[in-house]
Ligand binder design. Structure first.
Ligand SMILES: *Cc1c(COP(=O)(O)O)cnc(C)c1O
Length: 400
């Protein structure tokens, strides 16, 4: 299969992706499943975990379950010693069912229902986030004695999938609330922040590390020694653009911590989601139609059997630009608009990003969407317009 250059950014896709995805390709070649479907190689995810863990020694890794909650992936990560960032009762249940210890879970959603807090506490979860006084009050009442950390607002500049201003509070408020946490019988242990997903600039962590250091100092004046700095996720996957190596991120974060905390550096924690899961998955799709809006239009419209509602939600605003591979050789290509199969006009994947596909492409051809293992299958609708949710086939062994 030839990888289509979706943009001139990446000429090397061709050779390396076929080797990289060898096991997935073998599975697809043998499979008679109907498209679209996702094939996820837990062994590849395990390698990503190992690479990240090696870059961040002495760092607790909480896998952000929302990126891909496949049970086989969770089991693989449990076997590798990962901890987990969970956001709901459902994610807690799934992690525990796959063998995660309750003490390895961090309930990292600052917006939790009281019933879910009680459930988590009763199942043995002991680490919770908050970013407001009202949430802290809920924790004090329904998870008494728990360890808590406060999320501070962070800029998402430089991220391709920003997390905007929905989560986190100001550093000044964080300091006050952490003191209050102690007064309310909780165990305040630190801070977290998230600099936006698919963050392409390793130096975007530093401003938040600097703010965190001032909160640690302020809280210490009240006799509380915080011990954990959770620097969130955001570590990128390779889509159509080359991205810095994970080691560059680790170095930048380590240097920022050294600069702003000096000798009293806290334990650092990370919450990777996309970095672990994205490159371990390939989404196999089929071309439903290739058409033009006028006979003399150069641009063809290529409609796939998967779109915005079938798992490709991150194509919103053309933010995440997946690499594609079609079965055509190195023949001539031309510009395309890529769209999904539903009768909704927002179901367009790429119109401005400059995708090109082979001129020979036709209905019934298969197309692979590469590095599609994160934020896809669980984003798919349950059946909009009669198109079912995206099935996942996991390959690999829990102990890889
Ligand atoms: C989604 C999420 C993550 C993972 O982010 P990635 O960009 O996929 O690494 C980490 N932490 C929290 C709190 C999240 O909500």
């Amino acid at each position: 299969m030839r990888a289509v250059d979706c943009s001139p950014l990446d000429e090397r896709v061709d050779q390396d992706h076929s080797e990289e995805y060898r096991r997935i390709r073998e599975f697809i070649a043998e499979s008679s499943a109907e498209t679209p479907y996702l094939v996820f190689d837990t062994g590849m995810a395990a390698n990503r975990y190992r690479r990240l863990a090696a870059a961040f020694p002495d760092t607790q890794v909480f896998y952000a379950v929302k990126a891909n909650p496949q049970p086989a992936l969770l089991r693989t990560l449990v076997n590798l010693g990962s901890s987990f960032d969970v956001a709901s009762r459902g994610e807690i249940e799934e992690c525990l069912a796959q063998g995660a210890a309750p003490e390895s879970l961090s309930y990292g959603n600052p917006i939790k229902k009281v019933g879910d807090i009680r459930y988590a506490h009763q199942r043995g979860v002991r680490l919770f986030v908050f970013d407001s006084e009202a949430e802290l009050r809920k924790l004090a009442e329904h998870a008494p004695g728990a360890s808590v950390f406060c999320r501070i607002l962070a800029s998402s500049a430089g991220a391709q999938w920003p997390l905007s201003g929905k989560f986190g509070c100001s550093p000044a408020m964080a300091a006050q609330l952490l003191v209050r946490a102690r007064d309310w019988g909780l165990n305040p242990i630190g801070l977290s922040f998230h600099v936006g997903s698919q963050q392409l600039d390793p130096w975007r962590w530093e401003p938040s590390v600097a703010q965190a250091a001032s909160v640690f100092a302020e809280v210490e004046r009240h006799g509380i020694r915080l011990t954990m700095l959770n620097v969130g996720g955001g570590f990128p996957a390779r889509y159509t653009q080359e991205v810095p190596d994970i080691g560059t991120y680790a170095t930048a974060i380590r240097e920022a911590v050294r600069r702003h905390f000096g000798a009293s550096a806290p334990a650092v924690a990370v919450e990777p989601g996309r970095y672990i899961a994205a490159e371990a998955g390939v989404l196999r799709a089929e071309v439903v139609l290739v058409s033009r809006k006028a006979h003399d239009d150069e641009t063809r419209w290529v409609y796939l059997d998967v779109g915005r509602f079938g798992g490709l939600a991150e194509t919103e605003g053309e933010a995440i630009q997946y690499r594609l591979a079609s079965g055509h050789g190195a023949g001539p290509d031309g510009p395309v608009v890529l769209a999904g199969p539903t009768c909704d006009s927002v179901d367009i994947l790429y119109q401005r990003a400059g995708y090109r596909l082979p001129l020979a492409l036709t209905s019934g051809d298969q197309v692979d969407i590469l590095a599609a293992g994160a934020y896809t299958a669980t984003y798919s609708s349950v059946g909009f317009n009669g198109f079912g949710p995206l099935p996942t086939f996991c390959i690999g062994d829990d102990n890889e």
